[in-house]
Design a protein around this ligand. Sequence first.
Ligand SMILES: [Zn+2]
Length: 196
Amino acid sequence: MKFTLAKVSFRDSPIEGRGVFALRRFEPGDTVVAYAPKQRRVDVWSEESRLATQTKLSLLSDDGNVIIPDTSVPGGWLCNHSCYPIATLHSKGQGRIECVRTIAPQQEVTIFYGWVTRNQPERDACRCGAPNCRGYINFDVSDQEAHSAEADTPEGERFRKKLTDYFEFLRRIGQEQAKGNVTQLLNQMRTRLVLP
Ligand SMILES: [Zn+2]
């Protein structure tokens, strides 16, 4: 007789591809599943790390390494995105998925990706089905927007409103950690755009 301690299963999802599903109840603060039970860790500045970014599965750990999941072993890296997620991805150490709202057995475990794109507003269509769905997974910043971010113009005002609205959205769904991705890209863009 085989006993299983599995807390989640990995199977086809109505959102996209394979997803992660709870096999028992989870309460806020519970660890649901490891991000990548089998993984490689590479230096953030390595060529391997740069290539891994394109798979969208790599995760920057708080220790400065990049975690690359071994996709032959399922894990939290299979979690789908939702605009109203019930879990969150923590990048500390090996990376893990933590429950933020009570998860019932059989419920799909979703996280918020927090992807930020540049000049590609419609890159990642979202099919999460949440009533508050943004329509896209990614938050986009155009060069024009970055350029006028602090300008006292209608464009600047419009962009600041867009930013404030997004941050307010993140606050409401308990994913304020995703703000960092936006400010990081914005700072990078502005550094390049500012003329000497
Ligand atoms: Zn959505």
